[in-house]
Each structure stands twice: as structure tokens, then as C-alpha cells.
Design a protein around this ligand. Structure first.
Ligand SMILES: NC(=O)c1ccc[n+]([C@@H]2O[C@H](COP(=O)([O-])OP(=O)(O)OC[C@H]3O[C@@H](n4cnc5c(N)ncnc54)[C@H](OP(=O)(O)O)[C@@H]3O)[C@@H](O)[C@H]2O)c1
Length: 310
């Protein structure tokens, strides 16, 4: 009997994903019916994004797994109606995009690019930047995205420190963990990148106390999630010069309201949640591999720990 796969995401994505999922499911040998509408009690797998609007999984009585198109699962991880495995998205294309975005913004700060891009005032003021090995970059979060960004920065010779919940060993990266590790990591972060998930334990990871641990004038790049930062504390730190500049891609409220102080702040760059996105061509393969695993009785990959929230 074919398995039924419900696609519950932004409707505009269906024509993009349908041919890809059809093709890769055929390659896995799983006989499947794909669609955007099924009786809930007939659905085996849900391909899920929050903007598909699905909130109540209780009528999905034969569901085997929910397969998220998003890496961040904070909008579904605590959904009590979901009682089957939840897999998040780990997609080569998404990871590569994030690495490129992070490296680009780190280089902007490292090289002091704004000075010459935004000010052409006739003043000849040579100010060559240091080499990457003299620049300390710190990444909070060493998961699929943080580790890839850390490796890329290390390959450019930056002095890279990373911080995670559990201990890691990544070549070329000074890996720290735990509360003491966070203090060490922040104290040497000339450029700080946030790639933590949004969970109860990471909310306000950057607050008045932790911001004060940074070297004066530190730069912050946040492509993680808005709630990682206490916004009032960051604005205070920016106004006091404790933080020199921040590039923020994600916010507690998105779209960021037009009257939010970040938009007008001279030392903040706002980008509209574009650091990276799931790439259908590669993500569809990840989804189909998990369906194949489910049907073969093999463990799913990229499972979310619902208790930890990521
Ligand atoms: N802006 C964008 O366009 C965009 C795109 C995609 C994703 N994102 C965001 O990026 C986030 C990270 O994605 P990912 O795929 O790299 O996630 P991931 O693989 O789950 O990695 C999360 C990392 O954070 C660490 N972590 C979690 N809780 C922690 C805590 N309490 N203390 C210290 N470290 C903690 C984890 O530590 P362990 O390794 O020890 O578990 C892991 O290293 C997503 O959750 C999403 O919010 C943003």
C-alpha cells in the first residue's frame, strides 16, 4: 500500500517541491502518494513548515513522522499534539548558504569595509586591516550550521572559538562548552556569531551580563534567532560603545516593525531573515531519505530532542 505524504508548508512551495519529492521518492523505491490535502487519519508523513498553518496533529492517527523543512523548530518542538518523531532540516544547500553569509559578514567587519564603502570624503587615511590570524571570532552554537561556519573561518586562518552545550572536537577551532566555557568564549570574541537554536535555555543568551564580557567594541552577527538577544541590553551596549556594531538577521517579531530602534540605529545593520534558506533541490533528498528510513524500519536522521527543544 502506498504511503501518504502530506505537504504542509507555504502553498507557493508546493509546485517547487512536488516534482522533486516525486523524483527522489521514486529513486528510494518507496511507493508514495503526495498531496496538500488528505484525510488526517490517512497520512503517514507530514512535510512541515510553520507557515502551512498545521497546528493540531491529534487527528493524524497513523502518522509516522513529521519532517520539517526548517532547521529551526521552535514553533513545533513544544506542540503537545505531536507524539511521533520530529526531524529538523539539515540540508547541504542551507548549510553552504549560511557559511557564505557568515563568512561575508565576518569579512566585512574584519576588513573594516564600511569605512571605504560608505565614506568617500577625500581623506587619504591608510588603515590596513590585520591578518585573519590576529582576529578572534567566536561562534555560539556548533551544530550543522555553526560547525560549518567555524571550519570555513578557520580555513581562512581566523582564530576561531566555538561554544556548544556538549563538548566538541573540531580541527582548528577552540571548542568550549558549559557556563565557564561561555565566559571564556565571550571574553575573546572580537566578532561574535550567534548560531544557537531558540530554546528555553538559550533565550537572552546575550544579555547585559554576557554583553559586558565581550571585548569593548565587539561586533555581533545574529543569524540564529531573535530571542537569543535581550534587545534592550544590546541597544544599551551599542549606545555605550561596549558593542561596536551589530548585524541582525532575525528578530523576536518578524517582519521587524518599521519603528523598531534597530532600523534607525547607526551601528546596526538589519537584514530581513535572509542569511540562508532551505534549498529545495537538496532538501527534498533529505526528506525522501527519512521517508525511506521510516519505511525500512531504520532510525530517522536529524531527530529533534523535544525535551531540549532542538
Ligand atoms: N537566519 C536564517 O536564515 C537561519 C537559517 C537556518 C537556521 N537558522 C537558525 O540557526 C539555528 C542553528 O541551526 P543548526 O542546524 O546549526 O542547529 P543544530 O545543529 O541543532 O545546532 C545547535 C547548536 O547549538 C548548541 N546549543 C543548543 N542549546 C545550547 C545551550 N543551551 N547551550 C549551549 N549550546 C547550545 C548545540 O549544542 P550541542 O552540539 O552540544 O547539542 C549545537 O551545537 C537554528 O536553530 C535556526 O534558529 C537561521
Amino acid at each position: 500500500m502506498p504511503v501518504n505524504v502530506l505537504f504542509s508548508a507555504r502553498p507557493a512551495l508546493w509546485p517547487v517541491y512536488e516534482p522533486l519529492l516525486t523524483r527522489y521518492l521514486a529513486e528510494t523505491g518507496v511507493e508514495a502518494r503526495l498531496g496538500t490535502e488528505f484525510d488526517p487519519d490517512q497520512v503517514d508523513y507530514v512535510v512541515y513548515a510553520p507557515n502551512g498553518g498545521l497546528l493540531d496533529f491529534s487527528p493524524f492517527t497513523r502518522l509516522k513522522a513529521v519532517l520539517s523543512l526548517w532547521a529551526g523548530v521552535e514553533k513545533i518542538a513544544d506542540n503537545d499534539t505531536l507524539t511521533v518523531p520530529l526531524a529538523r532540516m539539515v540540508d547541504h544547500g542551507l548549510t553552504q548558504g549560511m557559511t557564505e553569509w557568515v563568512v561575508g559578514h565576518v569579512l566585512r567587519y574584519h576588513l573594516g569595509m564600511d569605512r571605504h564603502i560608505t565614506i568617500q570624503d577625500g581623506v587619504w587615511a591608510p588603515d590596513a586591516p590585520p591578518l585573519a590570524q590576529e582576529r578572534k571570532v567566536c561562534i555560539l552554537g556548533l551544530g550543522a550550521l555553526g560547525e560549518a561556519a567555524a571550519r570555513a573561518l578557520a580555513s581562512l586562518n581566523f582564530t576561531v572559538t566555538g561554544w556548544s552545550r556538549t563538548a566538541k572536537d573540531i580541527p582548528g577551532v577552540n571548542c568550549l562548552h558549559g557556563p565557564d566555557g561561555l565566559r571564556d568564549a565571550l571574553s575573546q570574541a572580537e566578532i561574535l556569531v550567534l548560531l544557537l537554536p531558540d530554546t528555553a535555555a538559550t533565550e537572552n543568551a546575550l544579555n547585559a551580563e554576557t554583553l559586558a564580557l565581550l571585548p569593548k567594541g565587539a561586533r555581533i552577527i545574529n543569524p540564529g534567532r531573535g530571542p537569543l538577544i535581550d534587545d534592550d541590553a544590546l541597544l544599551d551596549a551599542l549606545n555605550a560603545g561596549q558593542v561596536g556594531h551589530a548585524t541582525l538577521d532575525v528578530f523576536r517579531v518578524e517582519p521587524l516593525p518599521p519603528d523598531h530602534p534597530y532600523w534607525a540605529h547607526p551601528n546596526v545593520t538589519v537584514t530581513p531573515h535572509i542569511a540562508s534558506e532551505t534549498r529545495p533541490a537538496t532538501a527534498a533528498q533529505v526528506i525522501c531519505e527519512n521517508i525511506r528510513r521510516g519505511e525500512a524500519g531504520e532510525p530517522f536522521v536529524h531527530l529533534v530532542d523535544r525535551a531540549l527543544g532542538y
